[in-house]
Design a protein around this ligand. Structure first.
Ligand SMILES: [Zn+2]
Length: 98
């Protein structure tokens, strides 16, 4: 296995070194600092959730708009009164069917 030009053993050592550094940092932290770090991490997760929720809301809104647009499509041309087809314009007079 070759990861970024490093052998698996080197990658493993790098991961262990990062874990030690993290543990050293955590050991140096006061309980208050740890709590603050945890709160910050939870805040970041909440923001991710909020971003995801907004994306879902937007998708739902777009879907609703599309469904509404289909339902709101007139059955007859507003200009000449001819039956409206499936297109966006009247087949008889060419007026937009909005
Ligand atoms: Zn028409």
């Amino acid at each position: 296995m070759d990861y970024m030009g490093m052998t698996q053993e080197e990658v493993q050592k790098e991961i262990e070194r990062m874990q030690r550094e993290l543990e050293e940092q955590l050991a140096k932290m006061t309980p208050e600092e740890r709590a603050a770090a945890e709160a910050k991490a939870q805040q970041a997760m909440r923001e991710d959730d909020a971003a995801l929720q907004k994306l879902m809301d937007d998708a739902t809104k777009i879907a609703a708009d599309v469904a509404h647009g289909v339902a709101a499509k007139p059955k007859f041309c507003g200009n000449c009164g001819a039956p409206a087809g499936t297109g966006n314009f009247c087949e008889f007079c060419g007026s937009p069917l909005s």
